[in-house]
Design a protein around this ligand. Structure first.
Ligand code: VAH
Length: 318
């Protein structure tokens, strides 16, 4: 039976992934680890939680040893906008944290999941139908940690046989946990603003097209890749995977189908606009579909309907 450690378990992906893994593998087989002393929400009520700073190799090793961990989903990281404000801390957390996880996996024979991102591409990357194998010269520290992370995972697989796998996620949209300092956070914030005050001031330009994915699909992608037949994986780390690609104005129009009086205005954040402009518009994810059967369930219309249902219910008791 798999014994799973989720780092970054209090974050946007980690919180929902932990609950999905507990449902699939059994609550006691999934250890949630976060940098906070106390876990938020359902994490503590649904299974074991521990406070962990992934930069502390000895503490990480102690958790893996104590619980007999066989799989590590490593999600602890600073996201793009926060990372640009604190580049040295971003490198420390994102890179030393990953190196500690890979070293631990090498010593204990663990499988590793590492989330890369469209941020691993840069201005010189073909922006449309971005190939699986192409130019990767990101211009953000977050993107540099992501492309370095992909290469480090490949190295630990080739050199030591660590079964590391990963996905290049687009912007992720969750109805459970708010995002923490990313460039695509507008695609979540807009729903809370639409339900609360029927208006949103967007920090990206109306025509900023980016790949996106609803969180249930992102969780399914991680679990499906980790369970895939290793002999079919030609790429292993950094699979392009996307579900939809839209602009803030297209997202606003989809919300107006449900809330006709919703309005949007634009108050551009130069930092996050520059980050978004350096990323591709739409990735080619045919390799993920061919090598491990990637197939998203939610398109823009389905995601908007489900988000509005969940956020409306959540705010009703506010
Ligand atoms: C960010 N949500 O905005 C993350 C993600 C593709 C974007 O990596 O930084």
């Amino acid at each position: 039976m798999a014994k799973i450690l989720v780092t970054g378990a209090t974050g946007q992906i980690g919180a929902e992934l932990t609950l999905a893994l507990r449902e699939h593998y059994g609550a006691d087989n999934v250890i949630a680890a976060g940098h906070r002393r106390e876990p938020p929400g359902g994490l503590a009520q649904t299974g074991p939680y521990c406070s962990l700073d992934v930069r502390d190799a000895a503490a990480l090793n102690a958790v893996v040893t104590a619980h007999g961990i066989t799989v590590i989903y490593h999600l602890a990281a600073l996201l793009s906008a926060v990372a640009e404000e604190q580049p040295l801390q971003a490198w420390d957390i994102n890179m030393n944290g990953l190196l500690n996880v890979l070293e631990c996996a090498r010593q204990h024979g663990c499988q590793v999941f590492f989330p890369s991102s469209i941020a691993a591409f840069g201005p010189g990357t073909p922006p449309f139908n971005t190939p699986q194998d192409t130019v990767q010269r990101p211009s953000t520290i977050y993107g540099i940690t992501k492309v370095t992370g992909e290469l480090l995972c490949d190295y630990y697989y080739r050199r030591y046989g660590v079964d590391a796998r990963g996905v290049r996620y687009p912007g992720l949209i969750s109805n459970q946990v708010l995002p923490g300092g990313g460039t695509t956070d507008y695609a979540v914030d807009i729903f809370y603003a639409a339900v609360r005050q029927r208006h949103y001031d967007c920090f990206l330009r109306a025509d900023t097209q980016l790949d996106m994915m609803y969180m249930p699909d992102a969780i399914a992608a991680a679990m499906q890749l980790m369970q895939a037949d290793a002999s079919r994986l030609m790429h292993r780390n950094g699979f392009n995977a996307t579900a939809m690609s839209f602009t803030p104005s297209q997202l606003a129009a989809a919300i107006q189908q449900h809330l006709p009086d919703f309005t949007i205005a634009y108050a551009i954040d130069p930092l996050r606009q520059a980050i978004a402009d350096s990323w591709p518009r739409h990735m080619d994810d045919s390799a993920a579909r061919a090598e491990w059967g990637w197939q998203p369930r939610y398109d823009l219309s389905a995601m908007v309907g489900d988000m509005l249902r969940h956020i409306t219910a959540k705010l009703r008791n506010e």
